[in-house]
Design a protein around this ligand. Structure first.
Ligand SMILES: *Cc1c(COP(=O)(O)O)cnc(C)c1O
Length: 368
């Protein structure tokens, strides 16, 4: 059997090991949040935002951010039908409803026209998710949000390295969130971060994230409200600090991997993630192809062939409307067409050209 080609795998060097070891040995007592503070500062600086709060997951960061906007029972949050469940689940934790709308066929992200049609008097936020690092049409989403007085927030978990008109993804919305799960471009094992430029909102989330204890509260252990506990562990943050020192390397490797696949798959009847242009630079968290609609395509035989060659095949996200957990109020035909025709390609930092060639050859056998 040929060696296994994983779809993702973190890049862990001696630096990550050294920092984690130091946190495990020394990061206790008064120093128990030292790496967390450093990680928050490094990330905020990289992104160009004023405030960052490290969390145990992106799911938790979204939960707190949406709670801080006052979203609750009966409210609605608009997001794209094609998404990982983690973007939608926190909306339901608050008793609010995810309203699923269709995506654009080229970016696979929110279609602004469909967003506008879905707005009701209960709409409390538009959740822009930059799928696979592809950027949402933020200019139009912000314009719609402004006109209707609805905040636009960014779930940028997949968009580290993506830049829109010179500003990093996650730094433009009312707030942004990221994930550092082991499959993401930058990892802390499990982890996430919540970011904003809005100092008032930051104070609200800071209090929420500390079990409702305000930074200005003088009484020990006094909760001014019921909050959350989604803090990042110091040892995880130590790994994150090392990864932040390598962030440009981690991003540029993702971009190089995408470029290699794009060149090698040229000529096949597939559409890949959008290329840079129109003020957009892509982080390419996950190189992905969608097989053209004019070609008959069954994904299972391709995945079988991947398995037979010991390659991790990963399918495009399901339309959330197909999971049966949410009301489907709007038609989402683009999402439903894209999803079964989409495949993600292995793209971990240390993947070799020979390994990518094996992936390309397998794709070509199926589609050539
Ligand atoms: C990975 C991911 C999440 C979930 O992140 P966790 O850290 O696992 O909670 C949320 N949103 C998007 C877009 C993701 O890709």
């Amino acid at each position: 059997m040929e060696s296994k080609i994983y779809y993702t795998k973190p890049s862990i060097t001696e630096k990550e090991v050294a920092y984690a070891t130091d946190a495990a040995r020394n990061g206790w007592g008064e120093r128990c949040y030292e790496y967390v503070g450093r990680f928050e500062a490094l990330f905020a600086e990289h992104l160009g935002v004023k405030h960052a709060i490290a969390t145990s997951s992106c799911t938790g960061a979204l939960h707190m951010g949406l709670a801080a906007l006052g979203i609750g029972p009966g409210d609605e949050v608009i997001l794209a039908d094609i998404n990982w469940i983690a973007s939608a689940a926190p909306i339901t934790y608050l008793g609010a409803s995810p309203v699923l709308v269709d995506v654009l066929p080229d970016s696979w992200c929110l279609d602004p026209a469909r967003v506008e049609e879905a707005i009701t008097s209960r709409t409390k936020a538009i959740l822009a998710v930059h799928l696979y690092g592809n950027l949402c049409d933020l200019d139009r989403l912000f314009e719609i949000g402004k006109r209707h007085g609805i905040p636009v927030v960014e779930d940028s978990a997949e968009a580290i390295g993506s830049i829109y008109n010179g500003v990093r993804a996650g730094a433009m919305g009312t707030f942004g969130t990221f994930s550092f799960h082991g499959t993401k471009t930058l990892t802390t094992g499990e982890g996430g971060i919540w970011v904003t430029n809005d100092t008032t909102l930051f104070e609200t989330v800071r209090t929420l994230s500390n079990h409702g204890r305000s930074a200005t509260e003088l009484r020990q252990f006094w909760p001014s409200e019921i909050g959350f506990k989604y803090k990042m562990a110091n040892i995880a943050a130590a790994v994150g600090c090392a990864q932040m020192e390598r962030i440009e390397e981690l991003i540029s490797r993702k971009r190089a991997i995408f470029e290699y696949y794009r060149e090698q798959l040229d000529g096949l009847p597939v559409q890949m993630n959008p290329q840079d242009g129109l003020g957009r630079i892509h982080g390419y968290w996950m190189p992905t192809f969608i097989v053209d609609e004019r070609i008959p395509f069954e994904r299972e035989p391709l995945l079988d062939r991947f398995r037979s060659k010991n390659i991790d095949g990963r399918i495009f996200f399901w339309p959330l409307s197909e999971t049966g957990h949410f009301e489907s109020r709007h038609e989402t035909s683009v999402s439903r067409t894209l999803s079964p025709r989409g495949v993600n390609l292995p793209s971990y930092h240390d993947i070799t050209e020979e390994e990518m060639d094996r992936v390309v050859e397998t794709v070509r056998e199926c589609l050539g």
